[in-house]
Design a protein around this ligand. Structure first.
Ligand SMILES: [Zn+2]
Length: 261
């Protein structure tokens, strides 16, 4: 019974949508600008007005973890074609944001109907990791890897850090559990693109989240220096436990040295 009114309302809604689209389009035609130009203009203005305060709020949020974004990256609206092609090939989707560690630049999509605030916060996570690496004298991060296993380990940690920074601020939840990890390393590639993306992004955040929550900046540095190896990829829960244990032992040693030496 409930479905009938919905069915009857659909054409009306559709007609209204078409009317709004037609009015918007004629507005663009009269004003002489294209929807893409307007999106670029609006988003560039939004970022110009809000970037510093977004970084400031992020720094406040992570103060106790000693995660501080001290560099303001350059942000451009519109993603270069080469990145779009790479992401399509890899995940079968259009990228919403990209960070280039060589030029410290964030690219935000000019595609409509995207919450660029969330995208910006994720990319700021990449920017933070890169500036942290540079401040330690280790250069740009992440750099491309030689083989697909190292690349996967790097990708899990890199996207995990960015997802952690974004979701701790936005409160976006994920239901990822250890049981979702592929049973063999090869199975990371034998997946459809949506699942692959879920493993890298939600899985990455699940992998590094507890480490960063517990050890903050030091945890991020440790993860960057100790990425999952080919062997770790077949048992990521053990990798995570090992990282937590090693950091705990290291802290205990430091505490002992401070007290007794
Ligand atoms: Zn990312």
């Amino acid at each position: 019974m409930n479905s009938l009114p919905i069915k009857m309302n659909l054409p009306k809604k559709f007609i209204r949508f078409i009317s709004i689209a037609a009015i918007t389009l004629s507005g663009y035609l009269i004003s002489g600008t294209s929807p893409r130009t307007d999106i670029i203009k609006d988003r560039t203005a939004y970022i110009g007005e809000n970037l510093e305060s977004i970084i400031h709020l992020q720094n406040e949020k992570f103060e106790s973890l000693r995660i501080e974004q001290s560099r303001i990256p350059s942000v451009k609206v519109g993603i270069p074609k080469s990145y779009i092609e790479k992401t399509y090939k890899e995940y079968g989707t259009r990228p919403l944001g990209v960070y280039n560690p060589s030029t410290n630049t964030i690219f935000i999509t000019d595609y409509p109907f995207v919450n660029i605030n969330t995208v910006l916060k994720h990319e700021l996570g990449h920017s933070y990791a890169d500036s942290l690496s540079e401040s330690l004298g280790n250069g740009n991060w992440p750099l491309a890897c030689k083989d697909k296993y190292s690349e996967l380990g790097l990708r899990l940690v890199s996207e995990g850090i960015a997802e952690f920074i974004e979701t701790e601020v936005t409160g976006r939840k994920s239901n990822f559990k250890d049981s979702a990890w592929p049973r063999s390393t090869e199975n990371f590639w034998n997946r459809d693109s949506t699942l692959k993306k879920y493993l890298i992004y939600d899985g990455g955040r699940h992998l590094v989240g507890d480490v960063i929550r517990e050890y903050g900046r030091e945890g991020i540095i440790y993860l960057m220096d100790n990425l999952p190896t080919k062997e770790d990829l077949s048992d990521l829960p053990s990798y995570k436990s090992r990282v937590l244990e090693e950091l705990s032992n290291r802290n205990a040693r430091l505490l002992y040295q401070l007290r007794y030496q």
